[in-house]
Design a protein around this ligand. Structure first.
Ligand SMILES: *Cc1c(COP(=O)(O)O)cnc(C)c1O
Length: 387
């Protein structure tokens, strides 16, 4: 892959816009035609034309070409959110009476899509522990159309053996869809591994600056044509040209940001692993991670997100620790320039905590662009508050 060509040049037809290095934001809803014949051509082939921005927009097209090439995919569609991309991918491939097998503990809105939303339309889902391929095999029914994966997930980081799942799915004529937001296409080569649809919340690493919400869908041309002609145009969850421009801007530095966040995460994880006030660190590239070998086999990159189990006697102590951190912002999402934390004990009102889902002392961290030493100093003073 010629990475810098993709990031700096692919899809950018500079001679068409005054040789500007940075592409224009084509902020228009519609496009006009010189005669009836050319309008007719656009109606017949909206996929390849500029007719209306709900279909194609030239700024969005630059982004589409780049993210497809990064993933090694034939085609790409860009959505207004990761959730819109996930919904379109699943809805396009199921109908009433059919069934989806999904890895347990996926992104929360994926869970709701499958278990609340689509059940209203007669589509059933079985959630399986994805760490054992046998669970997928046992969950497949004659009406199973889709296996939905998320490897690793973004809270406990369990993986699925992607090669094994792809093989099983192909033997049973089932589509595979993966949420690859954690790794990005650079960190995990899902399309090359044979997965049919690769999805991303571009609000995370791809956007990288905590200022855009967007989603990517990568697949072959046949599937992209099919989704474009129905879920994409019909549900209309498209991105604005301005947000697409921001995402093109962010792509220029994606490899640098991934490299930086990995280096800092590795340092902080190593420091936390030997810390007496930490019970456990969950991070796929840590030697203590139960699926370390699989992580090393199928992931080219790991970084940014990880979780710890804090050695704390109760929720109050967890809260004191979290409230004491100053350089980590307490917030959802991740993938931006700023370090974050999110404690599981915040998920339930009135501290009515259900430990069977996530232990009360589970805290997720995201490592941004800060210096490792600054973050470690901050952690030190927060640990000192609960000693
Ligand atoms: C954030 C996230 C999503 C949803 O993306 P939005 O852009 O917020 O809609 C989906 N999957 C994962 C793993 C995420 O972290």
């Amino acid at each position: 892959m010629d990475l810098s060509y993709i990031l700096n040049h692919l899809g950018e037809e500079r001679e068409n816009y005054f040789n500007a290095v940075s592409p224009p934001v084509i902020q228009t809803s519609n496009f006009c035609f010189k005669d009836v014949a050319s309008l007719r051509v656009a109606f017949t082939n909206e996929r390849e034309s500029h007719l209306y921005t709900r279909g194609n927009n030239p700024t969005v097209e630059i982004l589409r070409k780049k993210i497809a090439a990064l993933a090694g995919a034939e085609d790409a569609l860009v959505f207004s959110s990761g959730s819109a991309a996930i919904s379109a991918a699943v809805i396009a491939n199921v109908k009433v009476g059919e069934h989806v097998v999904c890895v347990s503990k996926p992104y929360s809105w994926t869970d709701r899509l499958l278990n609340k939303f689509l059940s209203r339309f007669g589509v059933e889902a079985t959630m399986v522990d994805g760490t054992d391929i046998a669970n997928f095999r046992n969950a497949i029914q004659p009406n199973t159309r889709v296996i939905f994966l998320e490897s690793p997930n973004t809270f406990t980081f369990e993986l699925q053996d992607l090669a094994a799942v792809v093989k099983l799915a192909k033997e049973n004529n089932i589509f595979t869809i993966i949420d690859n937001s954690y790794c990005t296409s650079l960190g995990q080569r899902c399309i090359e591994m044979g997965i049919d649809i690769e999805l991303h919340s571009a609000s995370k690493h791809y956007g990288g600056h905590s200022d855009v919400v967007a989603g990517y869908l990568l697949c072959n041309k046949t599937m992209a044509d099919k989704i474009f002609a129905s879920e994409f145009l019909n549900l209309g969850g498209i991105i604005s040209p301005h947000d697409a421009w921001l995402l093109i801007r962010s792509l220029r530095t994606l490899p640098l940001r991934l490299e930086r966040t990995k280096a800092t995460t590795d340092k902080i994880v190593a420091w936390l692993e030997q810390h007496p006030q930490v019970d456990k660190v969950l991070y796929p590239f840590s030697k203590t991670f139960p699926q370390y070998d699989l992580a090393k086999k199928q992931m080219l990159w790991c970084g940014g997100l990880f979780s710890i189990h804090l050695k704390a006697k109760d929720i109050d102590e967890v809260e004191t620790f979290c409230n004491s951190l100053k350089r980590f912002l307490m917030a959802v999402s991740w993938g931006g320039h700023e370090s974050l934390l999110m404690p599981a004990c915040s998920f339930h009102p009135n501290k009515q905590y259900d430990d069977s889902v996530f232990p009360f002392n589970h805290i997720r961290f995201y490592i941004g662009m800060e210096e490792a030493d600054v973050l470690i100093e901050d952690l030190k003073q927060a640990f000192a508050k609960i000693e």
